[in-house]
Design a protein around this ligand. Structure first.
Ligand code: ADP
Ligand code: 5GP
Length: 235
């Protein structure tokens, strides 16, 4: 790619437990020249998480120093508790390498990036319903029950923002979701080529279009309902 390459910024947001990390990990194996922006956070590592792999785990003092030094492209207080931020340097590094950049950030961060980079491609991952999300959070087995409850409460508020995103991916059958995510990423690259597409390439863009808001509205409705009217908590 040319040195003047302008990276495509892909933003992926989802309520915690929707399967976003799983999807992102698979996507990165399938799509070349796509860098993952490793966020900084003040939260503690979970399970097998390693510093510099899933996140850079830093103290609040260090995070605040980075804010003052303007080292973040965006940052947000997530769950009203911990700070998370995207370092500017990842965008510069992607640009230098001729790569694109993938950000796994929350809705507040996505809004900040969209203000600065309106051409960024945003994808919202939805779970099939609230019960499945709860089950996935429990299955992951990394959070205490009260943390799971907090994540479910946040999910209910967060998913109301789905319609601010360019694409919506309902993560039901994992393999299909991975294909869908790959189609979206490749289709955005193809759109920027500025040349006629081959039949095979056009099929990719057509499949990606199936994840536009107007195409998924009917499928999203019952998902939103399941969050707006959750069953009473078990005694
Ligand atoms: P997130 O990054 O959104 O918090 P994870 O990727 O950690 O979520 O996924 C939460 C749990 O759900 C994990 O145990 C993961 O293996 C599982 N999972 C993810 N996607 C699916 C899917 N489509 N079907 C069933 N289980 C899934
Ligand atoms: P978790 O603690 O489950 O890893 O992530 C919690 C939430 O923080 C997720 O919604 C995730 O997308 C978001 N997040 C992770 N990194 C960043 C970041 O750099 N900025 C913002 N705004 N949100 C982030």
């Amino acid at each position: 790619m040319s040195p003047a390459h302008k990276p495509i910024i892909y933003i992926i947001s989802a309520p915690s437990g929707s399967g976003k990390s799983t999807l992102v990990n698979e996507l990165l194996k399938l799509v070349p020249d796509l860098d993952f922006s490793i966020s900084y956070t003040t939260r503690n590592p979970r399970g097998s998480e390693q510093n510099g792999k899933e996140y850079y785990f830093v103290t609040r003092a260090e995070f605040e120093r980075m804010i003052r030094a303007d080292e973040f492209l965006e940052h947000a207080n997530v769950f009203d508790k911990d700070l998370y931020g995207t370092a500017r340097r990842f965008l510069k590094e992607a640009e230098d390498k001729g790569h694109d950049l993938l950000l796994d950030i929350d809705v507040q961060g996505a809004a900040q990036i969209k203000r600065k980079h309106p051409e960024a491609v945003s994808i919202f991952v939805l779970p099939p319903d609230r019960k499945t999300l709860e089950w996935r959070l429990r299955k992951r087995g990394e959070d205490a029950p009260e943390v799971i409850q907090r994540r479910l409460d946040k999910a209910s508020r967060e998913i109301e923002n789905y319609d601010k995103y360019n694409y919506i991916l309902i993560n039901d059958v994992l393999e299909k979701s991975i294909e869908g995510l790959q189609d979206i990423v490749l289709s955005e690259r193809l759109r920027r080529l500025g040349r006629a597409l081959t039949n095979g390439e056009r099929q990719i863009t057509e499949r990606a279009e199936q994840h536009r808001l107007e195409k998924v509205r009917d499928r999203v409705k019952p998902i939103l309902e399941s969050f707006r009217n959750p069953p009473p908590p078990a005694q």
